[in-house]
Design a protein. Structure first.
Length: 133
C-alpha cells in the first residue's frame, strides 16, 4: 500500500526528529566532553602558574648566590638599602662565571631531585595499583 503525498503532508510523517528519547542520550554523551575540557583547563592553569614561578625563583636564587659570592670577595659591591631584601647588587655583577656556575649547579640538582621524587612516587603507586589488580 503506497502512501499518497500531497503538498500539505510532511516529508517525514512517521519520524519526530526532536523527541525526548533522542535528546536524553545526547545529554549523557555531553558530560565526558565537559569533563575533558575541565581537566584540560585545570592542566593549562597549573602549567601556566608553574612556568610563571620559574623566573622569580631563578632571580631569587641568583641574588642569594651573588650576595654570598660578593660577601666573600668584594663586600663593597653590596649596596645597603631600605626595604626588602635590604641590599642591592647590580645585575651585571651577578653575571660573573662563578655565580652563574653555582646557579646552574643548584638548578641542576633541583631538577634531579624533583625527577627522583617523581620517579619514587610513581614506583610506589604502581606497586600499590598492581597489588589491587
Amino acid at each position: 500500500m503506497a502512501y499518497a503525498a500531497s503538498e500539505e503532508s510532511p516529508l517525514l510523517a512517521a519520524a519526530d526528529l526532536h523527541s525526548e528519547s533522542d535528546e536524553q542520550p545526547r545529554k549523557q554523551q555531553d558530560w565526558p566532553s565537559c569533563l575533558i575540557l575541565g581537566l584540560m583547563l585545570l592542566f593549562f592553569l597549573s602549567t601556566f602558574a608553574f612556568f610563571h614561578l620559574l623566573a622569580p625563583k631563578t632571580k631569587l636564587l641568583e641574588l642569594t648566590i651573588c650576595r654570598t659570592y660578593y660577601n666573600n670577595h668584594d663586600p663593597s659591591a653590596i649596596i645597603p638599602q631600605n626595604g626588602w631584601p635590604g641590599y642591592d647588587i647590580s645585575e651585571e655583577k651577578c653575571k660573573v662565571n662563578s655565580v652563574q656556575q653555582d646557579l646552574a649547579r643548584l638548578k641542576a640538582w633541583g631538577s634531579f631531585l624533583e625527577a627522583l621524587c617523581s620517579w619514587a612516587l610513581k614506583s610506589i603507586f604502581m606497586v600499590q595499583i598492581s597489588s589491587l589488580l
